[in-house]
Design a binder for this molecule. Sequence first.
Ligand SMILES: NC(=O)c1ccc[n+]([C@@H]2O[C@H](COP(=O)([O-])OP(=O)(O)OC[C@H]3O[C@@H](n4cnc5c(N)ncnc54)[C@H](O)[C@@H]3O)[C@@H](O)[C@H]2O)c1
Length: 365
Amino acid sequence: MQPLRIAIAGTGMIGAVHADAARRAGARVVGVAASTPERAKAAAVRLGAERSFDHADELAAAPDVDVVHVCTPNALHGPLVRRALAAGKHVVCEKPLSTELSDALELADLARESGLVNAVPFVYRYHAMAAEARHRVRGGAIGDVRLLHGHYLQDWLSGRADDNWRVDAAVGGASRAFADIGSHWCDLVEWVSGHRIAALTAVVQTAVPERPASGSVSTEDVVHVLLRTDRGATGSLVVSQVSPGRKNRLWFEIDGAEHSVVFDQENPESLLLGGRTRTETVVRDPGTLSAEAARLSPVPAGHPLGYRDCFAAFVADVYEAVRRHPTDGAPDRPLHPTFADAARTARITDAVLRSAHSRSWIEVR
Ligand SMILES: NC(=O)c1ccc[n+]([C@@H]2O[C@H](COP(=O)([O-])OP(=O)(O)OC[C@H]3O[C@@H](n4cnc5c(N)ncnc54)[C@H](O)[C@@H]3O)[C@@H](O)[C@H]2O)c1
């Protein structure tokens, strides 16, 4: 079997993670593109790619590329995805799929109609213990779900001197903290619980109103959400990029009639299983866990797995779908998260901004 030939547009923090995952899944990284030809050349050396492209447009349509990974700032996702799909490429595109809801919906439709494999790295689904939480919640082990709550907190934009392209709505989109990280929380909690956020009300805050390069800031640093699900549960969520000491704290609790289940992305090797008479810590041990949690455990208990392992498992699933594609087509129910899942989080993000603006409850379709 020939190795898949993949190329990566955008070679920053996450582009490097994609390159590592692609290699671990046995692919050839045939090329990279960055913001300038010089940066692309340097990145090709740094990431071990076979060559650099002067422009991402060229990469997206290159004849010797099977899968295009879009890892650029958000506003560039849509044009590159369109170009790659039009050239018949399978596409892995970073979240958020687009800076606009209507565009995200259109991209999801285009990908579905193309029949090509499409994927979005909601990679926290690939923590074995998140999969274990899903198995237990969906299998009824905690009883009827009553409430879902949690937070996603970071601190890297808490200083007045901190800045990034995400702060600028023209590049990152009108929502920053929620589109960037709140989207991960919603995807993960809906995936684990099987509940869908049906209505929400949100408050947003821009805690640092001026930043050095961005100037006056219109995107939010903080979001508080109250929510109701389609199956009668309630919930709440705090999202922040200005919480000192919190690096990447994605944390959720799902409370059922019999038990609660707690997952903490920064300590992903265990779950807390709460009960009235007994509360236990369930550790990752492929010998005792569900089939899916065991599948996501390539090493035995006591040998910690982390973010890059999730990414590698995600990319391996996507490439398996690509390898099967010529005979099977794009799977109806792929193992990996797709553009449809990203369009779903775009709807939730849009509802958050509309709710904050109108100070009202908004239904989420
Ligand atoms: N799934 C996840 O867990 C996760 C984590 C981090 C980032 N992301 C997403 O990945 C994307 C990139 O984020 P990042 O943190 O890597 O940002 P980054 O700033 O570290 O990197 C962005 C890269 O894009 C390149 N770039 C800029 N303009 C370009 C152009 N015209 N053509 C080609 N490349 C260009 C830059 O050179 C840089 O290498 C964002 O959409 C972000 O939301 C996802």
